[in-house]
Design a protein around this ligand. Structure first.
Ligand SMILES: [Zn+2]
Length: 125
C-alpha cells in the first residue's frame, strides 16, 4: 500500500531545505499541485520532482482584515506559477491592498503557522 502522505512529505522536506519542488508527470509532462501519487491529468504514476522556477503571477487576491492587536491585515492569494500550477499563499513585502491580479511575483521559502511554506514577494522591488 502506498503511503498517501508520501508525496506531501517530499514537498515539505524540500521546503525545510529551502527548496521548492513540484511534482511533474513523466508520462504526460504536466505539473500538478498539490502533490499526488497519481497524475490528475493522465492517471500516470511515474512522478518526478522538479525545482520550481519561482516565477508566477497573482491569479486571485483578497485582503483579510484583522485588528492590529491580532497582527493586522494580510494578503491571501492564489498564485499561478509559470509551470502552470496554482498555490494558495500570500504576497509579502507589500501592503495587502496593493497586491493586484496579474502582478508578477517571486516565490521564496518562508514560514506560515510555524512551518516552512511557499510565500511570494513582488518580482520587482
Ligand atoms: Zn500525466
Amino acid at each position: 500500500m502506498t503511503d498517501a502522505a508520501g508525496p506531501d512529505k517530499v514537498f515539505r522536506n524540500a521546503l525545510a531545505n529551502q527548496e521548492i519542488l513540484l511534482p511533474r508527470c513523466d508520462d504526460c509532462g504536466a505539473y500538478h499541485f498539490f502533490p499526488r501519487v497519481v497524475c490528475p491529468w493522465c492517471h500516470g504514476t511515474a512522478i518526478s520532482w522538479q525545482r520550481a522556477s519561482g516565477r508566477g503571477r497573482v491569479h486571485t487576491t483578497t485582503t483579510v482584515r484583522r485588528k492590529p492587536e491580532r497582527g493586522g491585515d494580510y494578503n491571501l492569494c492564489m498564485v499561478e506559477l509559470e509551470e502552470g500550477v496554482r498555490m494558495m499563499s500570500r504576497v509579502e513585502n507589500i501592503a495587502p491592498d496593493d497586491v493586484v491580479i496579474d502582478m508578477e511575483v517571486k516565490a521564496f521559502v518562508g514560514e506560515a503557522e510555524g512551518e516552512p511554506a511557499v510565500l511570494f514577494r513582488p518580482a520587482e522591488e
